[in-house]
Design a protein around this ligand. Structure first.
Ligand code: C2E
Ligand code: MG
Ligand code: MG
Ligand code: MG
Length: 283
């Protein structure tokens, strides 16, 4: 009886593995045609300066709806792209879309930044050249571009990672450590990073208004970042109470569903036009 149970579970486990493998292969090939047809597009998510409540920029998040698989989460397809050597092309397309958007918004009077996520594996390779090409082709100034990296980029012992980041930063691009506070990287990592800002991970923001411990951790991160000359953004801000606490702590900027969902480029054109009218009116 017990033996049959065990074997049953094993068979189930194998079947699940097989399903995973099939789905991954399916996504891998769907991704190839999606990149060929350039159907993966960014959705832009607002970033707001907490003290002034002003729009300062957007994060570009990859969005893909496949005819067979439906909408696929970037959590899933970015991983497949990384495992199947398609991440370079995907990032190139995201950079082009994002820089085009930044350049377009500038024509409507908005001079904020657009942030693009960069996988650590791209730090060895021609990333600097790719970024320079995209900036030139889209006529986007380097100062309008922000690049987000995760801690693996900094924990990496490969000197080329650091050199690439320094070269990008020297172009005038804003460099950001994404998802900080997940608990894999020590606070000490923050010293001597070639970055201008740090994003506190959503997992900490979730309880920042309900847990004294979380608030203490967020405060320590913020004070350390400020002492080291870096700015701090909170991601995943969903409520006014969280925002109020973040303001008290001194966090510089906020991003999250409190300010709406990520949306397509065109969605923001009217908003940006009205921002210009506002500043013109008060000028
Ligand atoms: P991330 O860079 O940390 O992006 C933030 C994620 O949190 C986004 O999920 C966003 O929709 C979600 N989010 C933002 N505010 C809130 C909130 O208030 N509440 C909740 N519950 N969620 C919020 P998304 O778009 O599913 O992206 C997931 C991850 O996929 C991103 O995490 C990023 O690591 C990766 N990703 C997305 N686009 C790209 C890309 O072009 N290249 C690379 N390498 N990675 C990307
Ligand atoms: Mg990010
Ligand atoms: Mg993040
Ligand atoms: Mg995160």
């Amino acid at each position: 009886e017990a033996k049959r149970d065990g074997r049953g579970r094993f068979v189930e486990f194998r079947a699940a593995l097989e399903d995973d493998r099939r789905r991954k292969i399916g996504i891998e090939s769907a991704l190839r045609s999606a990149l060929k047809d350039r159907v993966i597009k960014p959705a832009f998510h607002r970033q707001i300066a907490i003290a002034s409540d002003r729009l300062i920029g957007f994060e570009a998040l990859a969005r893909w709806t496949d005819p067979d698989h439906g909408m696929i989460s970037p959590m899933e397809f970015i991983r497949v792209a990384e495992d199947t050597q398609q991440i370079r092309e995907l990032t190139h397309q995201m950079l082009s879309h994002a820089c085009n958007a930044a350049a377009g918004w500038r024509e409507h009077g908005f001079h904020g930044r657009v942030a693009v996520n960069i996988s650590t594996s791209l730090l060895v390779g021609p990333l600097v050249e790719t970024v320079q090409d995209v900036l030139m082709l889209t006529r986007c100034p380097a100062s309008a571009l922000e690049l987000e990296f995760t801690e693996t980029a900094f924990l990496n012992r490969d000197d080329r990672c650091r050199e690439t980041m320094i070269a990008l930063r020297n172009l005038g691009i804003r460099m950001t450590l994404d998802d900080f506070g997940l608990g894999h990287a020590p606070l000490g990592l923050l010293q001597d990073l070639p970055v201008d800002s740090v994003k506190i991970d959503r997992s900490l923001i979730r309880t920042v208004d309900s847990s004294a411990q979380t608030r203490a951790v967020a405060t320590a991160i913020t004070e350390l970042c400020h002492a080291l000359g870096m700015q701090v953004t909170a991601e995943g801000v969903e409520t006014d109470r969280q925002l109020a606490v973040l303001g008290e702590i001194g966090v510089d900027a906020a991003q999250g569903f409190l300010y709406g969902r990520p949306a397509a480029y065109e969605t923001f054109i009217n908003e940006i036009r009205s921002l210009r009218t506002e500043t013109n009116a008060t000028a």
